[in-house]
Ligand binder design. Structure first.
Ligand SMILES: [Zn+2]
Ligand SMILES: [Zn+2]
Ligand SMILES: [Zn+2]
Length: 762
């Protein structure tokens, strides 16, 4: 009996980062290659594929789909079901289907190699076009208004495709097939150079050249970029860098430097393979690197620190500008001090005019504010110090889905918030410190945008335990059904455990500057037995009074007063801590401690670093929180050193670390002329030793095998790598922050994980 070959059909659903990354054109090419018919379309955050053809070709397609997917995409899962043949004769890209399900939005992608080559190819029709993109690169999150991702829902809708771009957009074999942000000199956005009076002095290529000339002469130029404005200045011109610092009111915090190519980066910093891979990744974060000796970079970039933040050009406009300047450029957020980064044309002019000499502008609207991300490699770990452009808004899975959508409002400092729904957390890009009105407005703007973009309508809010935080007020004023409070360090530990999918109890070390404890004191050097349902505080640093309260975070000498009181006032070992501090102020602080007036009790590793820096005579006043700790780490480098005494005692059924003997030993050593770098290294080793002993003791006592390292203090590479290695050597499983950083940017995700667990159990 003759058989007619029957065609098989399959229906595939692909989840992950699959929209806005050239996935549909890729599927089209693949289907064509294997002679398959059917269609592909975006459905909310997923891609659906309908395939018809011989069975072996369907299998071949399946394998190639995973093996050859665009490098900027990320396939989480492929669901494949057999289907009835519809007798399709061609393969088509179907219209996007809007559905109210999970909706990932792609992150912004740095310019790809092919577009970069065309940008500098005089024969290419997009030669020197500042908005060249293709399906593999270009703006995404920062230009998307709503999903599904199509041009009419991005800020590119203002630029109608010219016939040639439209032809490329429609040609399946073209790299710009269905590239939603495609543009050319005929139809794309424009750049111009603007003087103080908002007058357009030059347009197009001459605008770029004029900006380059201004920069070479030492001017500060506001450059409208991808996620906001940058303030640019010649990074080799010390006077210009100082001028920028003065205007920005940023006297010591490091400034990031942008160069055009990896070779340019290698000329100013030492870069290993791992660092090179991160620098050139499509996220193009700022990477903290060791500068080369004798670099031409200005000394004012990162005073007192052994690292500089370097990033590569990530937009075509950056490439054109850097090529024209021929020098590295400082590219720092366009804002005053800690305010949110400016994005709009009018907003940029109004807020940045006092800071800049001129602007390099463009007219492609920035829909969402997004800072540059910051990464540090501490082998074998990759520390995300700031998660923003290139990383957000990729969702992060929660170990337990919340039964209803919720918003976790995050911490006070380095704030992010998270929307949780269907087992996914959408963590916002870095927002900043929530201590002023401008930041609060930014928070509300980002929250409104996120809710619309991901179609999440929270019914629950999650906040920090601190009654006085602005974020707490925000959570209460959202008017949701219920507000759940999560302790700061519980959220830290939960965030790391949750990103690793761990829900069983762990030993959590939470080391940072400040978090509100459930006893009303300041916490920040805590050992918790923790799971998502709760925690028990089993270890802490001995409480020290902090005269002046919050002021102590900026004045390490005040912290020294607190510790000196514990040591027995006065103590010669603390003598160096007060150099240049008037005796009356020191006495006043001591009185505050004795009388318990504005002298909150703190268990904080951040404050211990401050006290150590003061006692060693390294820093008595800080211009930003964490400055003293960064300098101590820079001093210590990787100098081998033995630990100093940092004993443990038991009180109230809890282990206490007593740092007083450690600080006394540091002060004594310094007074006897021991090298300050060696003492800084010994200080680090003491903290390592104490932390490892504490974790091992607790793990042993409670029969636990997993230790979580969390909190901003683990941005310190020496602490992170040494503690993690020593615990692993002790056969403990060590979980470190990976998808989110160790600092307070991870708090919102930790809050979401805890609240989801609690709600799912009720
Ligand atoms: Zn490209
Ligand atoms: Zn065009
Ligand atoms: Zn914290």
């Amino acid at each position: 009996m003759p058989t007619t070959p029957t065609l098989d059909a399959r229906h595939l659903t692909v989840t992950g980062v699959v929209q806005g990354v050239g996935f549909r054109p890729f599927v089209h090419r693949l289907a064509t290659r294997f002679g398959l018919t059917g269609w592909v379309r975006n459905v909310a955050g997923t891609v659906e594929i309908r395939l018809e053809g011989p069975d072996d070709q369907l299998d071949a397609f399946d394998a190639a789909l995973r093996a050859e997917a665009p490098s900027v995409s990320r396939i989480d899962a492929v669901w494949s079901v057999d289907a009835e043949s519809e007798g399709a004769t061609t393969f088509t890209i179907a219209e996007s289907e809007d559905a109210d399900t999970l909706r990932p939005v792609p992150p912004d992608l740095a310019i790809c190699e092919e577009c970069e080559r065309e940008l500098f190819d005089a024969a290419d029709r997009r030669y020197r076009h500042p908005f060249i993109t293709c399906t593999n690169c270009g703006p995404r999150y920062t230009v998307i208004d709503a999903l599904p991702y199509d041009r009419e829902r991005t800020s590119m809708k203002a630029f109608a495709l010219c016939p040639r771009c439209a032809a490329e957009y429609a040609a399946p074999d073209d790299r710009r097939f269905h590239a939603e942000t495609v543009a050319c000199p005929d139809c794309g956005p424009r750049v111009w150079f603007e003087g103080g009076g908002a007058d357009r002095v030059a347009e197009g290529d001459s605008a770029v050249r004029m900006a380059a000339t201004a920069l070479r002469m030492g001017a500060v130029v506001g450059v409208r970029g991808l996620g906001g404005f940058h303030l640019a200045v010649d990074a080799t011109n010390d006077a210009a860098v100082r001028r920028l610092r003065a205007r920005k009111q940023r006297d010591a915090k490091p400034l990031a430097v942008m160069v055009r190519t990896l070779d340019d980066a290698r000329a100013v910093a030492r870069i290993d393979e791992r660092e090179a891979a991160v620098l050139t990744s499509s996220a193009r974060p700022i990477v903290l690197l060791t500068p080369r000796d004798g670099t031409p970079l200005a000394s004012a970039l990162a005073p007192g620190l052994d690292r500089i933040g370097l990033l590569l050009a990530y937009t075509p406009l950056h490439h054109l500008l850097l090529a024209a300047v021929g020098r590295p450029l400082v590219m720092t957020s366009g804002n005053l001090s800690e305010e949110p980064i400016a994005i709009g044309l009018e907003e940029g002019r109004a807020r940045l005019r006092p800071l800049v000499d001129a602007f390099l502008m463009h007219d492609r609207d920035i829909v969402s504010r997004c800072d540059d991300s910051v990464v540090r490699i501490a082998k074998p770990h990759e520390i995300l110090m700031r998660r923003a452009r290139g990383y957000a808004p990729v969702p992060i899975a929660l170990p337990v889905a919340s039964p209803e959508p919720l918003v976790a409002v995050g911490a006070q400092l380095k704030n992010t918030f998270a929307l949780a729904r269907d087992g996914q957390a959408f963590v916002s890009p870095h927002i900043g410190d929530l201590d002023e009105l401008a930041a609060l407005e930014h928070w509300q703007e980002a929250y409104t945008r996120y809710r619309a973009l991901f179609r999440v309508a929270p019914t629950f809010a999650v906040r920090d335990l601190h009654p006085g935080y602005l974020s707490t007020r925000v959570a209460e004023e959202l008017g949701l059904r219920r507000v759940i409070a999560v302790q700061h360090h519980h959220a830290h530990v939960a965030a790391v455990a949750a990103e690793h999918g761990v829900t069983t109890p762990v030993v959590g070390l939470a080391f940072d500057g400040t978090g509100y404890g459930d006893d009303g004191n300041v916490w920040g050097a805590e050992a918790l037995i923790s799971d998502l349902s709760g925690y028990r505080r089993v270890g802490q640093m001995r409480y020290v009074p902090l005269p002046g309260g919050d002021a102590a975070a900026r004045e390490p000498w005040r912290v020294a007063v607190g510790f000196e009181t514990l040591a027995g006032w006065p103590s010669e070992a603390f003598g160096l801590a007060y150099y240049g501090v008037p005796t009356s102020m020191r006495e006043g602080a001591h009185q505050q401690v004795l009388k318990g007036v504005n002298a909150p009790m703190a268990s904080s590793l951040g404050r211990l670093f401050d006290a150590a820096a003061a006692v060693l005579g390294v820093r008595r006043h800080a211009s930003f929180e964490g400055q003293a700790a960064m300098e101590l780490e820079a001093l210590a480098g990787d100098l081998p050193a033995a630990p100093l005494p940092f004993p443990t005692y038991e009180q109230d059924n809890r282990l206490h670390l007593d740092p007083v003997p450690l600080l006394q030993a540091l002060g004594e050593g310094r007074r006897h002329g021991v090298d300050v770098a060696l003492l800084a290294a010994r200080f680090h080793e003491s903290v390592v030793e104490a932390a490892v002993d504490l974790a091992r003791l607790i793990a042993g006592s409670f029969a636990l095998d997993t230790v979580v390292l969390s909190g901003g203090a683990f941005q310190n590479a020496r602490l992170l790598t040494r503690i993690a290695r020593r615990l692993a050597e002790a056969r403990l499983r060590v979980l470190v922050p990976h998808l989110l950083g160790p600092n307070d940017g991870a708090i919102s995700y930790g809050q979401a994980a805890v609240a989801s667990w609690i709600l799912s159990r009720e």
